[in-house]
Design a protein around this ligand. Structure first.
Ligand SMILES: [Zn+2]
Length: 120
């Protein structure tokens, strides 16, 4: 798997990402967004990067490019990992959207695909 860091070229870009850290890979984009929000709320700025550059780009459909969580400050890594571990231990809610049939995971109350609300 190519490192996203190696996709950055030039000194300016390299300096810009020097303190960023690739924390982990999320199973899907919905989970990635949730983790990012979780980290941001805990005071650890993070961003979601799709792993769509490099050799895999031509071989996988966009939906199968796993999103990555990047921390803005690498000194947050230990706390961030602990937070995500803690979060994974919680029981995950999972529901099926009646409007579009999408399977919603990770505590969302609204379908990320079509915007319908979780059935009560
Ligand atoms: Zn839906």
């Amino acid at each position: 798997m190519p490192s996203a860091r190696s996709d950055f070229t030039g000194n300016r870009a390299a300096a810009m990402v020097a303190a960023m850290l690739r924390l982990t890979q999320a199973p899907d984009i919905a989970m990635a967004m949730l983790w990012r929000d979780l980290l941001c709320e805990a005071g650890m700025p993070a961003s979601v990067q799709r792993q769509h550059l490099g050799a895999a780009a031509g071989q996988l459909p966009p939906g199968e490019c796993l999103p990555e969580i990047w921390l803005a400050h690498e000194e947050h890594a230990e706390r961030a990992r602990a937070l995500l571990r803690e979060f994974e231990r919680l029981p995950q809610r999972q529901w099926l959207c009646r409007a579009c049939g999408e399977c919603i995971e990770g505590g969302f109350e609204q379908c990320w695909n079509c915007g319908a609300w979780m059935p009560r």
